[in-house]
Ligand binder design. Structure first.
Ligand SMILES: Cc1ncc(COP(=O)(O)O)c(C=O)c1O
Length: 368
């Protein structure tokens, strides 16, 4: 099998090697502080007994699983703690291949590239279904793509890269179509704390036997380096996923889980609201600059990315490199995200230099 290194690394390396000062709008690393309780939780951990430096339960610290189960309103035995949402997605996607007769994975285009990579890794065949122009889930079209060969559908809301927040009815339609063909639906909700529309509703509220919800705290607590995420499986599907997690990882880091538990308990909602406010003001200034540059874009309802299309400047890898070289702004080429937005460039707004990047882009495209 041939594994492709995600394009993201390629752009990051190019930007790092560039001569000038480059504003990184490639990666999804929050640039703000984690909750204070993350630091205190970690510090306290250092003083614990040696026994606390040993293997945690493979499926996660019981108290953390209970905390998440209570927050997500599900039974605790449905929750498994993973190495980030990334591993949760892998376990959930792999689970679909255990029982399925088919090997097709229905993905929504534009698509978060790791779903494509994981599909390949699992020996599946991706089948891309385009969203509408605003990035909304095209439920009927998605249903048409689901058939006998479908093992799995993967959804992501709030969405990377479009910023769309899917309405629950569209998700329900897709889930029902998938159920009719014995296919699973994975709903990645890692951006659940970044909903600016107030419309986000978790797919867990559907309480469906074929839905696995994944999420994590990389983004919400600004700790992408901790690698703590989770998956909520339907009761009938979780045991095999726990075994896969145990065989591949043994467990998830114990100090990281403990610090996250402390942060869940001690962080008030104001922390998350401040992160949302910060992002909303960045979205305002960035999209104002895109207006000045005459670019097309959709204002995101959630997550922290903006997809933009500039006249006569398609979002190819070559043009992304041109922006790095000429104005020191690094984004991601649209082709990274499937086939639907190859002319577009994705900008991640997780840098304090969004205004500066916006000014550089506006000036560059005004002069062209
Ligand atoms: C849609 C989506 N899912 C999952 C992840 C990975 O999250 P984690 O750091 O929790 O593994 C990302 C990271 O950018 C993402 O955008």
């Amino acid at each position: 099998m041939h594994y492709e290194t995600p394009q993201f690394f390629h752009v990051m390396q190019y930007a790092a090697a560039a001569d000038g000062d480059v504003i990184d709008m490639v990666s999804g690393n929050p640039d703000w502080e984690p909750p204070e309780a993350i630091r205190t939780g970690l510090t306290q951990y250092a003083e614990r007994d040696a026994a606390d430096f040993q293997y945690p339960p493979s499926d996660g610290l019981a108290a953390l699983r209970e905390e998440i189960a209570a927050r997500r309103n599900v039974a605790v035995d449905r929750v498994i703690i993973t190495n980030g949402t990334g591993e949760a997605n892998y376990l959930a996607m792999a689970r679909a291949f255990d029982d399925s007769r088919g090997d097709e994975v229905v993905l929504i285009d534009p698509v978060y590239p790791y779903y494509l990579g994981k599909t390949e890794l699992l020996g599946g065949t991706p089948r891309l279904v385009a969203t509408d122009d605003d990035g909304r889930l095209a439920a009927e079209k998605t249903c048409e793509a689901i058939g006998e060969d479908t093992a799995l559908v993967v959804l992501n809301t709030p969405n990377n890269p479009t910023g769309a927040v899917y309405d629950l009815e569209s998700i329900r339609t897709v889930v029902e179509c998938a159920a009719a063909h014995d296919a699973l639906v994975v709903v990645d909700e890692v951006y659940d704390h970044f909903d600016f529309s107030g419309r986000f509703e978790s797919a867990l509220t559907l309480d469906a036997g074929n839905v696995i919800v994944t999420s994590g705290v990389s983004k919400s607590m600004a700790i992408t380096g901790f690698r703590v995420g989770y998956a909520v499986f339907p009761p009938a599907l979780i045991e095999a996923a726990k075994t896969r997690h145990m065989l591949v990882n043994v467990a998830t880091s114990r100090p990281a889980q403990r610090a996250v538990l402390t942060a869940y308990r001690e962080t008030d909602p104001g922390y998350y609201a401040a992160a949302r406010d910060r992002l909303e003001s960045r979205i305002d200034s960035f999209t104002a600059a895109l207006d000045e540059a005459g670019a097309a874009y959709t204002t995101p309802d959630g997550a922290f990315y903006v997809l933009a299309r500039f006249d006569d400047f398609p979002g190819t890898m070559a043009n992304v490199k041109t922006l790095i070289d000429e104005i020191g702004v690094a984004g991601m080429p649209g082709a990274t995200f499937g086939t639907a937005r190859t002319d577009w460039i994705r900008f991640a707004l997780v840098t304090p230099r969004v205004d500066e990047a916006a000014e550089r882009l506006a000036a560059y495209f005004a002069d062209r």
